[in-house]
Every structure is written in structure tokens, then in C-alpha cells.
Write a protein that binds this ligand. Structure first.
Ligand SMILES: C[S@@+](CC[C@H](N)C(=O)[O-])C[C@H]1O[C@@H](n2cnc3c(N)ncnc32)[C@H](O)[C@@H]1O
Length: 456
């Protein structure tokens, strides 16, 4: 190769080979799977769709994308004493996690919202179609789908998840006047919830047991709204009252969770700081949405069991979910504080929770296998033909190796198990991507994205 040829080769841009020239990628895309998703977005989305729904582009045709606009500016109101590590985490993940209402409640095992947006695009979902997340957790899919004009159904066995997800979706549009007034009167609001819901334990590990009459009483007067199947019947004022109430309650539960783990700030100060952050987040996303003329997708969020979906055959256009990672996280223990507040019977719920059922580890694994067989059979039943079901799953090989009594290198990952089960239910693997997991103990290094297609 001549010196001239070498210079010419090095002057080429890989982006120019992969993407249309008028499409500019976001900064900080450093994972291969992100480039892959950007590549699929480029293939399946028109310029208008990239501007409205693209997850990995900053600009198209000279205009900024909505994702770019949604994420720029101050990401979150971080407390002044935040460590530089935390600050740099938010900077690095500016376009990945902290935008819209996703940051409202810290929920472990939560999806990476930008990835969900990219996946919904790669799955060919369009505005007006419907996506299902049968294990919605904190509702990442519902929030993303709404922002994209895609309708969604979200289901979770945990009533707390349903409450949290609904509140995150409602906050996208909720009038904020009364929540702002609540911040001015934060002392009064705080003591109202303290009486109604119970005191946070304040730095101690011990959990307060049901201090009130339970879920319905706690939710009053929002209970009707949260539990209602026909929410359209509520007057605008009733709806606003309930949405504000839920927003404040979520902030209170969030602050109570913090107060349980640390006593750095008084519970009241903690509540005020969290409420302030929630309002900041809500105002920011609402300002962006006001500048864009487009309808949000409708979200129907339910308490239910992914093993027996209360949905018609072939009624959804796509499915995205992340099952519990085998038995890595005990969701009930994690949420016990909030579930207690909501008066939920933990033992009864445990019977439904995938990954937690069974006594000994081998029995747990057996239950997990059988449960996932039922979940995938249900997914195939409700998915329209030719459409995609995407599963995001990680594997803990060390744990599995102990249970199965074989060396870690010989363990088949959970993703392989799920691919095999899916194939038995007419869901065929068409694409697999993987990403490394940062910040979790080094026993689980990779997470797999499995795109499974139902036959036509
Ligand atoms: C990995 S988390 C999902 C997190 C979610 N993707 C998010 O972004 O927040 C798994 C969820 O499955 C739920 N779950 C466990 N068993 C279930 C069942 N039988 N039916 C429905 N949901 C279940 C748990 O409550 C938990 O919220």
C-alpha cells in the first residue's frame, strides 16, 4: 500500500459506511450493541421517525432528535454533597438512563431506557401499535413506549411495581401546580404521610410492620383511581387529585427507603430533597413534550401473573421483558419496606414470584425452569404472528455451577436455556446481542438480548 493509499484509508469514517450522511450519532456510544441498535434504527426508520423516536442519533437532516433534546441540560438535581464518581456516572450516562421520569424511583434490575427505545425500533414497532412487558418492574417499557406514541400493556406480580410504574407514566402529563404547592408545604405533607403510612425506621435495619390498615387505606383517596380498570370515568379534577397524591406518596416511600438506610439527613429533609428532584424531573420532561406535537402512547398497567396472561390470543405487536436473573435479586426483600406500607401479604406474593419459589437451590432452579416455560408459552400465545419477543437476561454461572454440581465453565447460561424453551413455543431466535454489565459483582459479566420471532 502506498503512503497515499494508507492516508486515504485512514481518512475514511466508519460511520459513513454504516449510516446515511445526514444522520449524526450521539456522543458516548461505546458499546458494540449500541452501534448495532443504531445500525438497525438507521435501516428501519425514516428521517421523521429518527427525529421523533430514534434512540442513538443526535441529529437527522440538520435537526436535533427528540432523544437528544430530552436528555440534554442538567440531568438530575444531584445533591451538592454527591461524590464526583456519582456526578461522572450521570455525565457518562446522560443519554442512557437519567431522562424523562425513569429516574423517579431507584429500582434494582431496571432496564436501561435508551436500549429499550432502540429495541422497540429494531422490533419494527410503530406509533399506534401495542407492546407488552409481562414483568414490567418499574415500568421502563411503558414510559418509553408512551414517549414514542406506542401503546403498552404492563403487568407485574407486585402491587408496588404497578403503583410505581403507573406514577411514572402519569407524571409525563400530570398538572404540577398542586405538587409544587406540596413542596412549599412539605412539612405538612410529610407529617400527613407519616401518620397515614407510618414512620421510616430512621437508620435502623429493622422494618416497620404494617402501621396502617393496608393498601386501600394508604392509597386513599387515590385507591379508586389506581385500582380502577375504567380510568376514563374519572373527572379531570379527580384524576389530578389522584395523580398528585400518588406522586407525593412515591416521593415519600422513596425518602422513607433512604431514611431506613442512612441517617445523614433528617427524614423530613430527605423527603423535601426527593420531592424537589421529582418536580425538577417532571417539569423538564413536560417542557420537552410540550414542544413536540405528538400524542403519547396509552399505557394499561396491571397487577397480574406472567404465567397466565389475561390477554387475548395474538393481541400484541411486540413483547419486551427481563425475567428475574434466576435467583440473583430477592425483589420481595428489596421492596419489603414499601410492600409493608402497602399492606401486601409477602408470603402470598412470594408464591407467584418467579426466581423466588422453592426451598432448596435445586428446587428453586426447577421451579424457575417450569415457570419460564409457562411464561414463554403465554408470550407466544398473545403475540401476533411474525412479530418479535425480546428477552433481556443475564447469567450467574458461579451460582448455577454450585446448584448443578458442575464446573462454572461447563454451565449453560440462562440465555441458552431460554432460547431452547422459546423454540418449543414457536419463538425462534433471529438475533442475539450481548452487553457487559458494569457495576455488578464479577460473577455476572454479560447480559444477553434475545430477539425471538413468532412464525408467520
Ligand atoms: C428484572 S425485573 C424487571 C425490571 C423491569 N424491566 C424494569 O425496567 O424495571 C423482574 C420483575 O418480574 C416480576 N415478576 C416476578 N414474577 C412474576 C410473575 N409471575 N408475573 C409477573 N411479574 C413477575 C418482579 O416483580 C420484577 O419486578
Amino acid at each position: 500500500m502506498t503512503a497515499g493509499d494508507l492516508a486515504a484509508a485512514l481518512s475514511q469514517k466508519i460511520e459513513a459506511r454504516l449510516f446515511l450522511p445526514e444522520r449524526e450519532l450521539l456522543p458516548n456510544l461505546d458499546d458494540i450493541y449500541e452501534l448495532q441498535l443504531a445500525f438497525y434504527e438507521n435501516l428501519v426508520l425514516s428521517e421523521a421517525e429518527i427525529l421523533h423516536n430514534g434512540a442513538y442519533f443526535a441529529k437527522a437532516g440538520g435537526k436535533y432528535t427528540r432523544h437528544f433534546l430530552m436528555c440534554t441540560g442538567e440531568p438530575l438535581k444531584l445533591p451538592d454533597h454527591s461524590s464526583s464518581r456519582l456526578k461522572s456516572f450521570f455525565e457518562k450516562n446522560l443519554f442512557r438512563t437519567g431522562y424523562a421520569t425513569h429516574g423517579l424511583f431507584p429500582y434494582r434490575g431496571k432496564f436501561h431506557p435508551q436500549m429499550i427505545k432502540g429495541l422497540l425500533n429494531a422490533m419494527g414497532l410503530k406509533q399506534g401499535e401495542k407492546v407488552l412487558d409481562p414483568m414490567m418492574g418499574s415500568g421502563t417499557v411503558a414510559v418509553e413506549a408512551s414517549l414514542m406514541g406506542i401503546d403498552s400493556v404492563g403487568i407485574d406480580a407486585s402491587p408496588f411495581c404497578r403503583f410505581m410504574a403507573q406514577t411514572k407514566v402519569d407524571t409525563l402529563t400530570m398538572p404540577l401546580k398542586r405538587a409544587k404547592a406540596a413542596l412549599i408545604n412539605s412539612e405538612e405533607v410529610f407529617s400527613y404521610f407519616q401518620k397515614k403510612v407510618g414512620k421510616p425506621a430512621g437508620g435502623s435495619k429493622s422494618r416497620k410492620r404494617k402501621p396502617t390498615g393496608g393498601y386501600m387505606e394508604v392509597m386513599e383517596p387515590a385507591a379508586d383511581y389506581v385500582m380502577a380498570t375504567n380510568r376514563e370515568r374519572l373527572s379531570e379534577r379527580e384524576r389530578e387529585t389522584s395523580e398528585t397524591y400518588n406522586f407525593l406518596l412515591l416521593a415519600y416511600l422513596d425518602s422513607a427507603g433512604y431514611a431506613e438506610r442512612s441517617n445523614r439527613k433528617s427524614p423530613l429533609e430527605q423527603f423535601r430533597a426527593i420531592l424537589e428532584r421529582y418536580l425538577f424531573v417532571a417539569e423538564k420532561i413536560q417542557a420537552v413534550l410540550q414542544g413536540v406535537e405528538s400524542e403519547l402512547g396509552k399505557a394499561r398497567l396491571l397487577e397480574g401473573d406472567a404465567r397466565v396472561l389475561a390477554l387475548e390470543n395474538e393481541s400484541v405487536d411486540g413483547i419486551v421483558f427481563s425475567p428475574p436473573y434466576s435467583f440473583a435479586i430477592d425483589y420481595l426483600q428489596n421492596d419489603s419496606f414499601h410492600l409493608d406500607f402497602l399492606g401486601v401479604d409477602g408470603d402470598e406474593l412470594r408464591q407467584k414470584m418467579i426466581g423466588l419459589r422453592g426451598q432448596k437451590l435445586t428446587e428453586k432452579f426447577d421451579c424457575y425452569h417450569k415457570d419460564m416455560e409457562r411464561v414463554l408459552s403465554e408470550c407466544a400465545r398473545v403475540l401476533r404472528r411474525g412479530r418479535i419477543c425480546t428477552i433481556i437476561v443475564g447469567t450467574n454461572n458461579n451460582q448455577l455451577s454450585k446448584i448443578l454440581g458442575i464446573p462454572a465453565e461447563a454451565v449453560r447460561g440462562l440465555h441458552e436455556l431460554l432460547i431452547e424453551i422459546a423454540a418449543r413455543h414457536d419463538l425462534k431466535l433471529v438475533k442475539m446481542m450481548s452487553r457487559s454489565i458494569v457495576g455488578i459483582s464479577n460473577t455476572m459479566r454479560r447480559e444477553y438480548i434475545l430477539m425471538l420471532q413468532r412464525s408467520t
